[in-house]
Write a protein that binds this ligand. Structure first.
Ligand SMILES: NC(=O)C1=CN([C@@H]2O[C@H](COP(=O)(O)OP(=O)(O)OC[C@H]3O[C@@H](n4cnc5c(N)ncnc54)[C@H](OP(=O)(O)O)[C@@H]3O)[C@@H](O)[C@H]2O)C=CC1
Ligand SMILES: O=C(O)CCC(=O)C(=O)O
Length: 432
């Protein structure tokens, strides 16, 4: 060969991922946990990098007759502890580095919760709000077809994330079931109830965020009924977290999304805001509050701050200006590495790290998967009781380790998740 490559393909893949700020952030969190655990170098390397990166181009016939190509990724971070589990995102900013970061967080999240799953994430770079329902259906069905060699109820089970919903999951069930020749509801979770979804999956992530935020408030010696709450993001996670906290007596003083932000010192009425945001495709213009600049949202004085939109919104610039007592990370990866260092030094904010805070979604997805495989249906009460007891157990475990070893909560949560994956890999051994 005249010009042999200077960089091995694996190294090139690692460098490509590390060029993504969000992957770099996820990798820094992993490295810190691995350092604390003093993992063997081989184990450390094996756990860090994704097992499979799958990228496909997806051709879609648009309503005007033109053909548009979309780029989609599914990253299967690891499969050692069971089928890959994690959501599918439709958003213009999706890229392989972001998807790989989100996939690795799924790995630690599932292991922290004790679920028999590996971790993965998928994403399609598209703007779902600018697409018609038939265009979204064609995109989803073609993507599912492209994924058929890589998915299955025992291989990789997707779920909703930003920009996707129960309808998208229903199209995936249908496309996969037509391919295998029989109905296969275990292929995804987050399905509609009428297609063997689970009771309480829709509200599960927000319910879990609210439940853990309330545990944190009580731990700080405060009462939920006196607490004020600010949320960024009012989609699936944000809206149900707000509804739950509000039902428990907390006051939702401000909410923002991509359309703007609204504020009401006396409390926003979530029963009115939820249908308003669906009808108007956002919270902007809600008559029950006054408009405020979206950039003021995260630094408003409040007891509970819930980022529930995208990654990297708590940054070096605003971390020192936060005025909350509890930071409940509904979103994945909302806090940059630099912001984490500032929050650690401040030591006056109780951080509920993302891999624990938003794990209610994947926990109920696990219940949904189990119900589908067993052709069983649990009541809402059963689902919520099991969910809350698993979240409370994670909360206790993370608190205990953080206290014993004087660790920030994120490092403690990551260490618990990473340790379980490392142990599984070591038990299974290296194929000679
Ligand atoms: N759905 C789930 O079960 C789980 C989700 N998560 C995480 O929670 C977060 C939210 O997911 P989910 O609620 O499902 O997604 P949705 O698509 O339902 O909602 C996303 C929300 O974020 C808002 N948003 C988007 N961009 C911005 C921006 N630039 N500034 C402010 N707000 C913005 C959207 O506003 P608009 O509607 O105006 O675009 C919308 O309110 C993500 O990080 C996701 O990975 C974590 C665990 C499970
Ligand atoms: O419910 C699931 O399987 C995954 C949810 C998800 O994508 C997440 O927790 O980030």
């Amino acid at each position: 060969m005249d010009n042999p490559p200077k960089v091995s393909p694996i190294r090139a893949m690692q460098e490509m991922l590390l060029a993504s700020p969000v992957f770099k952030q996820a990798a820094a969190q992993y490295d810190r946990a691995a350092e604390f655990l003093n993992l063997k170098p081989d184990t450390r390397e094996r756990c860090k990098w994704p097992k499979r990166l799958i990228s496909v181009s997806v051709p879609v016939r648009m309503d005007d007759g033109s053909l548009q190509m979309f780029f989609a990724h599914r990253v299967q971070h690891h499969l050692s502890r069971g089928p890959v589990k994690g959501g599918l995102r439709y958003h213009p900013s999706v890229d392989i580095g972001e998807v790989a970061a989100l996939a690795s967080w799924m790995t630690w999240k599932c292991a922290l919760a004790g679920l028999p799953f590996g971790g993965g994430k998928g994403g399609i770079a598209c703007n779902p709000q600018a697409m018609s329902p038939p265009e979204l259906e064609r995109l989803t069905r073609r993507f599912t077809q492209e994924m058929i060699p890589f998915i299955g109820p025992q291989i990789d089970v997707m779920a909703p994330d930003v920009g996707t919903n129960e309808q998208v999951m229903a199209w995936m069930v249908d496309t996969y079931s037509v391919h295998v020749g029989s109905l296969e509801p275990g292929i995804v979770t987050g399905k509609p109830l009428g297609l063997y979804g689970s009771k309480a999956r829709r509200e599960a992530t927000g319910h879990g965020v609210a439940f853990l935020a309330m545990l944190a408030i009580e731990k700080l010696g405060m009462q939920v009924k006196d607490a004020t709450v600010v949320l960024q993001g009012f989609g699936n996670v944000g809206s149900y977290a707000a509804r739950n906290l509000s039902m428990n007596g907390a006051k939702i003083i401000a909410v923002g999304d991509a359309t703007g932000a609204v504020y009401n010192a006396r409390g926003l009425d979530t029963r009115q805001l939820m249908p308003y945001a669906i009808e108007h495709r956002g919270v902007a213009g809600f008559p029950g509050g006054e408009a405020i600049p979206a950039e003021e949202l995260l630094t408003l004085e409040c007891d509970i701050l819930i980022p529930a939109a995208l990654e990297r919104v708590i940054t070096e610039e605003n971390a020192s200006k936060l005025r909350c007592k509890v930071l409940a990370e509904g979103a994945n990866g909302p806090t940059t590495t630099e912001a984490d260092a500032i929050l650690e030094a401040r030591d006056d904010i109780f951080v509920i790290p993302d891999i624990m805070c938003n794990s209610g979604g994947v926990i109920v997805s696990y219940f949904e998967w189990v119900q589908a495989l067993q052709h069983m249906s649990w009541t809402e009460k059963e689902v919520l009781q099991k969910l809350e007891s698993m979240l409370a157990a994670s909360f206790r475990e993370v608190q205990t380790l953080a206290k014993q070893k004087n660790l920030p909560q994120r490092v403690a949560a990551m260490a618990l998740g990473v340790q379980r994956v490392a142990e599984t890999k070591e038990l299974r051994g290296l194929y000679p």
